[in-house]
Write a new protein. Structure first.
Length: 179
C-alpha cells in the first residue's frame, strides 16, 4: 500500500519538477567525479552557448565551463568531487532558465527554414530567367493581376491588393535610389 502511494506521488510530483528539463530535452552524456557533460538541442545557438558559459562562470562551485553551439553540449567542471541532488538540480534548472530567457531574442527555427526555402526558390527563379525575375517581382505581379481582374467582384480587396503592390514597388524604388 505504501509503495503504491509512493509510486503515485512520485509519478505526479517528478514530472512537475522536471517538466522544464523535459521541454528542453537535456541529456546527460557523461558523468564522472567533478565533471559532467550535458547536451541539449536548444543550446545549438551561439548566443545561448555564450550566455550559458558566462552565467556558469559566475557560480562559485564551477571551476570551468565550455559550451559548444555546434553540438549543443555543455561541459561543467566542478571545484568539488560530488554534488548533492538538490544542488545538481539547481545547476540544471539554471541552464533551463538561461536558455528560456533568450528565446524571445532568437530567430525561430520555422522562420529560418521559410527564409531558406524562399531564398532557394528565389535563386532558382533568377537562374532560370537569367536574373530577369525574382520572388518579389512574381508576388507583385500576382497581386497586381488579382487586383485588376477581381475588381468587379470585390472592389475593396482588389483596391487593397493594388495599393500594397504600388507601395511595395514604390518602396523598392526608394530603397534602390538611396543606395
Amino acid at each position: 500500500m505504501i509503495s503504491s502511494l509512493l509510486g503515485i506521488s512520485t509519478s505526479i510530483i517528478a514530472p512537475k519538477l522536471l517538466s522544464n528539463l523535459k521541454d528542453q530535452k537535456i541529456h546527460i552524456l557523461h558523468v564522472m567525479p567533478g565533471r559532467i557533460r550535458l547536451q541539449c538541442d536548444q543550446w545549438k545557438n551561439k548566443l545561448v552557448a555564450q550566455s550559458l558559459e558566462s552565467s556558469y562562470k559566475q557560480i562559485p562551485v564551477i571551476k570551468d565551463v565550455k559550451c559548444s553551439p555546434y553540438t549543443g553540449s555543455l561541459l561543467l567542471e566542478f571545484n568539488v568531487q560530488h554534488l548533492d541532488p538538490d544542488h545538481f538540480h539547481q545547476l540544471l534548472q539554471h541552464a533551463v532558465n538561461v536558455s528560456q530567457e533568450l528565446y524571445p531574442s532568437m530567430e525561430s527555427e520555422l522562420m529560418k527554414k521559410m527564409r531558406g526555402t524562399v531564398n532557394s526558390f528565389d535563386g532558382l527563379i533568377k537562374k532560370r530567367t537569367s536574373g530577369k525575375v525574382d520572388v518579389d517581382s512574381l508576388l507583385l505581379l500576382i497581386m497586381l493581376g488579382k487586383g485588376v481582374t477581381g475588381f468587379n467582384r470585390n472592389p475593396a480587396f482588389s483596391s487593397s491588393l493594388l495599393f500594397w503592390a504600388y507601395t511595395l514597388i514604390k518602396n523598392e524604388v526608394e530603397i534602390k535610389d538611396d543606395n
